[in-house]
Design a protein around this ligand. Structure first.
Ligand code: PLP
Length: 424
């Protein structure tokens, strides 16, 4: 193990030469490896295929006799609400079931606030300025929603136990234009960290200047454990109720990475006050979502225990991939003082930080050797990582052998770029 900063110029030159040889050998293979997005691999989709074998006759009627092929049931079948209420630890009357995408629910929630406003306040689009706090690194598609609607994004640092709450508290208390914050509270995208109880309590106790401020609590990875000792996340809605702030949070989740991203069920949860206000406009938007798919999910999983057992099968496929990535990173980069990375207990990503001003160059070099990474900078608002150091690794999709090569090349690129940087 060599700490790069302690190497002499000659030693660094030798190191670069050896790395370049390895890099060129890979480049010569004309590889085409894709680690850009956090999609399940096809083995993961296979384990849920029997859901599609549930006979049509069993999907026609819900428990209360509703004909699922017909119009109606705006906020979801009662048995589907019960299933997702258990998953999100809320009451069934605090749930709205949507279509197949929680991102769609989040987009609609922002769009509704822009055009109609939140509980009697002036619509955001008619207010002079609207700002969101974006704990970063974070999820690029959250940031893209803000960008599309012209919502100014304020970057706040992510720590090992959640966002920097001192800054969040100060910002929301002092600026009426701040209307929201994006949170991925469990196995966050991309850091893989879970907010501590203290952070959840501080969120629940926020005293925002704006009455129409909302926490967008995207619990996309709530049951996506990789370890037998899963992270625990305190329930934000319960905490908000206790703090007298029950209308402050919108929770989101989906089965995209439980069943199928292309044919799952999405859900949002909030106080009954918020839910009834959302339903008033939702009823103009749709007569009801896909009840057949809701019933299919209920018949297949039955309850939270069914979901938990199923998620163990996902972990069985994903854990070896995560372990392999972490092993290669340790082997190639450990102790060299050129990169740091998280070891998540769940979720879909490993977040890696290079030395400052190296991430873009690493991604470019990897691309030239046939390894596509998530665009450097994508984990920050406006695609601009101020220190150009964060790279999101998405190990789920490629087959193990491809992943192994891709990470090895990636690690070589980090070493090469770092060694050259230190030489400068
Ligand atoms: N939220 C987060 C944090 C994600 O990482 C993703 C997908 O990668 C989504 C939401 C997308 O969710 P859905 O498929 O339910 O739209």
């Amino acid at each position: 193990m060599i700490y790069y900063e302690t190497l002499s110029k000659d030693e660094l030159k030798n190191e670069i030469e050896a790395l370049e040889n390895r890099y060129n050998a890979f480049k010569g293979q004309k590889l085409k490896l894709d680690m850009t997005r956090g999609k399940p691999c096809s083995d993961q989709l296979d384990i849920c295929m029997d859901m599609l074998d549930i006979p049509a006759k069993d999907l026609r009627r819900s428990a209360d006799g509703t004909d699922c092929l017909n119009y109606g049931v705006l906020d979801g079948l009662p048995e589907a609400k019960a299933l997702f209420a258990e998953m999100l630890e809320v009451d069934a009357n605090e749930i709205i079931i949507g279509g197949n995408s929680s991102l769609n629910l989040m987009y609609d929630t922002v769009a509704r606030a822009m055009s109609l406003g939140i509980t009697g306040e002036i619509p955001w689009s008619k207010q002079e300025k609207v700002k969101f706090i974006c704990p970063s690194p974070g999820y690029d598609r959250h940031f893209a929603i803000c960008e599309l609607f012209g919502i100014e994004m304020i970057t706040v640092d992510m720590r090992q136990d959640g966002p920097d709450m001192d800054t969040v508290e100060k910002l929301v208390a002092g600026d009426e234009a701040i209307k929201g914050i994006w949170c991925v509270p469990k196995y966050s995208n991309p850091d893989g960290i879970t907010y501590s109880d203290e952070v959840v309590d501080r969120f629940a106790a926020l005293r925002p200047k704006a009455k129409d401020f909302r926490i967008f609590w995207d619990n996309a990875y709530c049951v996506h454990h990789l370890s037998d000792k899963p992270d625990m996340l305190k329930n934000i809605l319960t905490a908000c109720k206790k703090a007298g702030n029950e209308n402050m949070v919108y929770m989101f989740a989906s089965t995209s990475k439980i069943s199928f991203p292309g044919a799952g069920v999405a859900v949002m949860a909030s106080s009954t006050g918020n839910i009834s206000s959302i339903k008033k406009s939702l009823t103009i938007q749709t007569i009801g979502h896909d009840k057949i798919n809701q019933l299919r999910h209920v018949k297949y999983f039955r309850n939270l225990e069914g979901i938990t057992l199923h998620m163990k099968k996902h972990a069985g496929i994903l854990k070896p991939k995560f372990d392999m990535v972490l092993e290669i990173l340790e082997e190639e980069l450990g102790g060299k003082g050129i990169a740091s990375w998280n070891k998540p207990n769940g979720g879909y990503f490993i977040s890696l930080n290079t030395l400052d001003n190296c991430a873009k160059e690493v991604a470019k070099l990897a691309q030239e050797a046939g390894v596509a990474l998530t665009k450097a900078g994508a984990t920050y608002p406006y695609g601009k990582d101020p220190l150009d150091k964060n790279i999101r690794i998405a190990p789920t999709m490629p087959p193990v052998e491809e992943l192994k090569k891709a990470i090895e090349i990636f690690a070589i690129c980090i070493q090469l770029v770092s060694a050259k940087k230190i030489m400068e």
